[in-house]
Design a protein around this ligand. Structure first.
Ligand code: ADP
Ligand code: MG
Length: 211
C-alpha cells in the first residue's frame, strides 16, 4: 500500500461516480438539496489533479493529503465526513508495501469511527453510515476469521449494497432528509449510494490489481 494504491482507488471512485452522476443527483433531489454528487466530484477531480503528489507519497501521507484536499473542496455536510474517514485511516495506517487483512480492517474501522464521531450518526440514520458501519463490522469479522484478501474484496461490496438498499425504508435522523419526516421513506440516501458505489469500485480495482 502506497500513494499509487491510493491513487488507483481514487480513479476507481471517480469512474463510478461519473457513471452514476445523474442517478445520485436524482436521489439527492428527492431527499436533499441535489448537490451531493457535485460536491463529491469536485473533491475527486481535485484529487486527480494532484496525482503526482499523491503517487509520490507513502500510504499514510497519501491518505492525509487526499483528506485535506477533500476538506477544502467538497463542502456540504459530506466534505468534513469524507475528510474524517481518510484522516482517521491515515492516523491508523502504517507505511508498508503490503498490509494484512487484519491491518486493513483496523485502518478502515478507525476511519469509520472518526466519521461517526464527527457526524454523530449511527446505523439506521439513513446516511452513509448505513453503508460504512456494516462494511467496517464485516471487514473486522472477516479479518477475525482469517479471510483471504480476495474473499474480503468479494464480500464487502455485498455488505455495502445491502446497507445502501436498507436506507430506502428508513426515516432519516440526520442531515437534510431528517426534515422530511415520513416523506423521506421510499428513497435511497444519496450518501449511502455514493459510498456504496465507491466501496464496490475500490474493491473491484484492488482485486484486479492483485491478479
Ligand atoms: P448537505 O446535506 O449539506 O447538502 P451533501 O449533499 O454533501 O451535504 O451530503 C449529503 C449526504 O451526507 C447525505 O446523503 C448523508 O448520507 C450524509 N450525511 C448527512 N449528515 C450526516 C451525518 N451527520 N453523518 C453521516 N452522514 C451524513
Ligand atoms: Mg446536499
Amino acid at each position: 500500500m502506497n500513494g499509487k494504491t491510493v491513487m488507483a482507488c481514487i480513479e476507481a471512485a471517480h469512474a463510478t461516480l461519473k457513471k452514476h452522476t445523474d442517478e445520485i443527483a436524482a436521489l439527492d433531489q428527492q431527499i436533499g438539496d441535489g448537490d451531493h454528487i457535485f460536491n463529491l466530484l469536485r473533491g475527486v477531480d481535485a484529487l486527480l489533479a494532484m496525482r503526482a503528489n499523491i503517487e509520490a507519497e507513502a500510504f499514510a501521507p497519501a491518505l492525509e493529503q487526499a483528506a485535506s484536499k477533500l476538506l477544502s473542496t467538497v463542502g456540504g455536510s459530506s466534505g468534513p465526513l469524507f475528510f474524517s474517514l481518510l484522516h482517521g485511516m491515515a492516523k491508523a495506517a502504517q507505511n508498508a508495501d503490503t498490509i494484512s487483512v487484519e491491518d486493513a480492517a483496523r485502518i478502515f474501522a478507525a476511519g469509520v469511527d472518526a466519521v461517526a464521531q464527527r457526524g454523530k450518526a449511527g446505523i439506521r440514520s439513513k446516511t452513509m453510515m448505513d453503508v460504512l458501519i456494516p462494511v467496517s463490522s464485516r471487514f473486522v469479522e472477516l479479518a477475525e476469521d482469517s479471510a483471504a484478501p480476495e474473499a474480503v474484496l468479494d464480500a464487502l461490496p455485498l455488505t455495502a449494497e445491502e446497507g445502501m438498499r436498507a436506507t430506502r425504508d428508513m426515516l432519516a435522523t440526520k442531515g437534510r432528509a431528517s426534515f422530511l419526516g415520513e416523506r423521506a421513506r421510499g428513497h435511497i440516501d444519496p450518501g449511502a449510494r455514493s459510498s456504496q458505489l465507491m466501496i464496490s469500485a475500490i474493491c473491484a480495482r484492488l482485486a484486479q490489481d492483485r491478479e
